[in-house]
Design a protein around this ligand. Structure first.
Ligand code: HEC
Ligand code: HEC
Length: 442
């Protein structure tokens, strides 16, 4: 789909910065420059990772043995979100292969436990994930909370255990696949309520046809070769950096910063400028998806999201990227009626994406997708508003992103079609030079 880049974007950036842990993200080459001995580790570029298993590329892989190396970072990103922590919670900054931290060792056992659960109880389906227990908190709760009581996850017992509605286990069919059983048990007795009234839904072809027309028509879309959006992003903004030795800066706070989105399909680039820092960018050059802070390449489920930066018109190619595409419901977004279209993503770890079209205007109202990793996934939702005409094409001037990694709203004040955009703009920048060596006492 189309949205995540906006959402996904700053994963490696704001969230980790928020934790003041991380810009070290994947800056392996830079750190290597300071390493005392041994061959410099290979940078974790998509090309270097390609075709290797996790253990062939990384040094201390045990729980994740056998998974493609490109899937390691998405899995790491997933667990930081599922536990609500930064990379530094488990890792010694800059030494990702070090097993010195207790938390990393616990996490490794947790990975093994989670996989064992899925393999033995759930027919090898990924039903249990870190989030199932952790709910965004590092400390999982082992004791039921009383109603209204706040456990560390900030959710009440009833929220965590809807299964309190479980009445009896005797209804479980002995022949049933074990992976089905818990869901059946959890559902409990059906709640009384009025049955949904059947709505006549249009076909997917009708919905996409209407979308194309509402955008301005095939011919108008075909004339657009580039789009340059300029405006502001309202998001979590880190405080300007402080000189070394000064008291730490205040934590990031919601604020408004200049933002820019360039699209020249299949290339795309989004950037924001935080006070006191250079532009923070995320781009896709047609092959490589990257961020500049930290300077790294995206792989696996993260790359799939970055690619969407290059979509000239969001979700227009949904049917090419998904199977089983169908209109399956009518819902409301605010007071607008919308058609919900679902489809199973073809690329990467299979997942169901949803997009929503305004039933009246035919325009795209919202997209929902997930970043999937071997350990679990997290959602991202983008709502498109304020469509305006740009050279015959309808372009959303407001995009609201809801994401586990920080919500943000982009408000474009100007969008130009077919302005010249250099291809080099989309190329991954060189990593910053290594910082000067510090005295050992530092
Ligand atoms: C909750 C703990 C936890 C968090 C948070 C976490 N990791 Fe990990 N990480 C691990 C564990 C455990 C392993 C080893 C997995 C295994 O045994 O297969 C690992 C392995 C790695 C490796 C491979 C290192 C090597 O050479 O062996 C890298 C790189 C890595 N993590 C990066 C990150 C990044 C970047 C983040 C933040 C986005 C992060 N991790 C967050 C627990 C964590
Ligand atoms: C079946 C429930 C469950 C699942 C699934 C689960 N955890 Fe845990 N986890 C717990 C519980 C309970 C604790 C707390 C144990 C304690 O208090 O000593 C915990 C503790 C931890 C801790 C130590 C926290 C601390 O600061 O002491 C880490 C790290 C962790 N889990 C990571 C993970 C990761 C990563 C995953 C997914 C691969 C995962 N967990 C999946 C239940 C779970």
């Amino acid at each position: 789909m189309n949205t995540k880049h906006f959402a996904r974007g700053w994963t490696g950036m704001v969230a980790p910065m928020a934790m003041a842990v991380v810009a070290l993200g994947m800056a392996a080459p830079r750190l290597a420059a300071q390493a005392p001995a041994g061959p410099p580790p290979m940078p974790a570029t998509a090309a270097n990772l390609s075709g290797k298993t996790a253990e062939q590329f990384y040094k201390k892989i045990d729980a994740l043995k056998g998974i493609p190396a490109v899937e390691v970072h998405p899995a790491m990103e997933y667990i930081t979100t599922a536990l609500g922590v930064g990379c530094g919670y488990c890792h010694v900054p800059g030494k990702f292969d070090s097993d010195d931290k207790h938390e990393k060792n616990v996490a490794r056992s947790m990975m093994k436990m989670t996989m064992a659960l899925n393999n033995t109880v759930f027919d090898a389906k990924r039903e249990i994930t870190c989030y199932t227990c952790h709910r965004g908190a590092a400390k999982a709760a082992s004791t039921l909370a009383l109603a209204g009581d706040k456990v560390p996850t900030d959710a009440s017992g009833a929220e965590i255990f809807p299964a309190l509605s479980v009445m009896t286990f005797s209804s479980i069919d002995g022949e049933m696949s074990p992976s089905k059983a818990p869901a059946t048990v959890m559902a409990g007795p059906a709640r009384p309520g009025k049955a949904a009234e059947p709505v006549a839904l249009p076909s997917a072809d009708e919905v996409f046809g209407k979308y194309e027309e509402a955008l301005g028509g095939k011919a108008a879309i075909a004339k657009i070769t580039s789009l340059v959006h300029k405006g502001m992003a309202e998001m979590l903004v880190p405080a300007p950096p402080v000189p070394q030795g000064a008291p730490p800066p205040p934590p990031p706070a919601m604020g408004s910063v200049p933002a820019e989105l360039n699209v020249k399909s299949p290339k795309g680039l989004i950037s924001v400028v935080f006070p006191g820092r250079g532009p923070q960018m995320m781009g896709f050059d047609g092959t490589i998806g990257w961020t500049n802070v930290p300077n790294r390449e995206e792989t696996g489920g993260e790359l799939i999201m970055v690619k969407e930066l290059g979509e000239m018109v969001p979700a227009l190619e949904f049917r090419k990227q998904h199977t089983g595409v169908k209109v399956d419901a009518m819902e409301k977004i605010g007071d607008r009626d919308v058609y919900r279209v679902v489809g199973t993503r073809k690329e990467g770890i299979t997942t169901l994406d949803r997009i929503y079209f305004d039933a009246q205007t035919g325009l795209l109202a919202r997209t929902y997708t997930t970043m999937q990793s071997v350990l679990g996934g997290f959602p991202e939702e983008t709502t498109y508003e304020d469509y305006r005409d740009v050279s015959g094409l309808k372009v959303p001037f407001t995009m609201r992103v809801v994401s586990a990694e920080g919500n943000r709203t982009y408000t474009w004040s100007q969008v130009d079609a077919n302005a010249p955009v250099e291809d080099s703009k989309f190329t991954k920048p060189e990593p910053p030079p290594p910082p000067p060596a510090r005295p050992a006492a530092d």
